[in-house]
Design a protein around this ligand. Structure first.
Ligand SMILES: [Zn+2]
Length: 101
């Protein structure tokens, strides 16, 4: 991981930080996370629960409020959660309609 300050390529770990061998700049690895409806962090592999009935494209059945969704994947975009739900298959959800399980 290159130093974000001087772009030097050699860094080492100290406590929870990366430290640049050239300029001594300390930084943390960017964490890929989003926030759920309650403002809690969600990361890859988390389980969430839907907080309202959600319409599903191509299905006459809504995804019911309270459905547990396991092993989510954080993606970028409007629907920022990729997941697989039994009975529905692969889906994309919005983080504002789920909470951490
Ligand atoms: Zn540096």
């Amino acid at each position: 991981m290159n130093c974000p300050s001087c772009n030097f390529e050699y860094t080492y770990m100290e406590d929870d930080f990366y430290v640049c061998s050239a300029c001594g700049f300390k930084f943390k690895e960017e964490e890929n996370f989003i926030l759920d409806a309650n403002g809690n962090k969600l990361v890859d592999g988390d389980d969430v629960i839907t907080i309202k009935d959600l319409k599903v494209k191509g299905s006459s059945q809504p995804l019911k409020q309270g459905t547990k969704v396991t092993n989510i994947k954080i993606v970028s975009g409007d629907h920022n959660i990729d997941c697989r739900i039994q009975g529905f298959g692969n889906m994309s959800l919005k983080s504002e309609f789920v909470k951490k399980a």
